[in-house]
Design a protein around this ligand. Structure first.
Ligand SMILES: Nc1ncnc2c1ncn2[C@@H]1O[C@H](COP(=O)(O)OP(=O)(O)O)[C@@H](O)[C@H]1O
Ligand SMILES: [Mg+2]
Length: 224
């Protein structure tokens, strides 16, 4: 589904080049459940942003369903991204002045009138499935971390994406709550056929996925 071919991503701090990801070649197939494992600073998040079309590579090519997307404009890219990818982050990234329901509906606002589903109905169905429907009118800072991450997952799913990318989604949660989030991720993959890519620095988390991609100093390696 998504292929990276010799992809590099550099950041420039003044004159200095930081090679965050170097020469990455990989493929994420439809319906896979895969983790990206590496220590802090190894390039995991950068690799995830490349896979999720949030960042354009400095060099190399990225294919989404065999279409070369590495040269598209920001506008074309964000259009594709909105319909293809859902993101979940360590710090949930919810907007505190909006309610749970409003947060979940945000991604649908850009495409009002062009959707083939009723956003409110889909939002409530998903909130129900994740056990947080009764919190729909709460503000994010009035619910627990585990509940906030469930809300973030529903927001990631609202546009019915093919792939969910989660950057250390259990990083701010205690182990029991984190484990519940991982159960939900697994369920999305198993029961709904969503492709899930999970970024983590914890071996125990990576072990729960079906395949692991290891990254070290910006390079994909065979062993961890
Ligand atoms: N926006 C940025 N500007 C400059 N350097 C960055 C930026 N983002 C990441 N880096 C650098 O790239 C490397 C990889 O970062 P990152 O992908 O965030 O790693 P990880 O998620 O594994 O901790 C690090 O050295 C980091 O400091
Ligand atoms: Mg990171």
């Amino acid at each position: 589904m998504i292929k990276l071919q010799n992809v590099c991503k550099s950041y420039y701090l003044g004159e200095e080049e930081v090679k965050a990801v170097c020469n990455a070649t990989l493929e994420i197939k439809a319906k896979e459940y895969v983790s990206i494992l590496g220590t802090s600073g190894s390039g995991k998040s950068t690799l995830m942003y490349l896979i999720g079309l949030l960042e354009q590579p400095t060099s190399g090519k990225i294919f989404l369903d065999d279409q070369d997307v590495s040269k598209l404009s920001d506008e074309e890219l964000s259009h594709i991204r909105n319909r293809t990818v859902g993101f979940v982050f360590q710090s949930f990234n919810l907007i505190n002045r909006f309610t749970v329901l409003e947060n979940v509906l945000l991604p649908t606002h850009y495409l009002k009138g062009q959707l083939d589903f009723d956003p409110r109905k889909r939002a409530e169905d998903l909130l129900e499935k994740f056990g947080i429907l009764e919190r729909k009118h709460f503000f994010p800072n009035k619910i627990s971390g585990g509940q906030q991450q469930r809300v973030a997952m529903v927001r990631a799913l609202i546009m019915n994406p093919k792939i969910i990318l989660a950057d250390e989604p259990t990083g701010n949660l205690d182990s029991k709550t984190g484990s519940e989030i991982l159960d939900l991720m697994e369920g999305l993959n198993k029961d709904f056929g969503v492709t899930v890519v999970l970024v983590t620095h914890e071996k125990a988390v990576a072990r729960r996925t079906r395949r692991q991609i290891y990254i070290k100093d910006g390079l994909i390696v065979d062993k961890y």
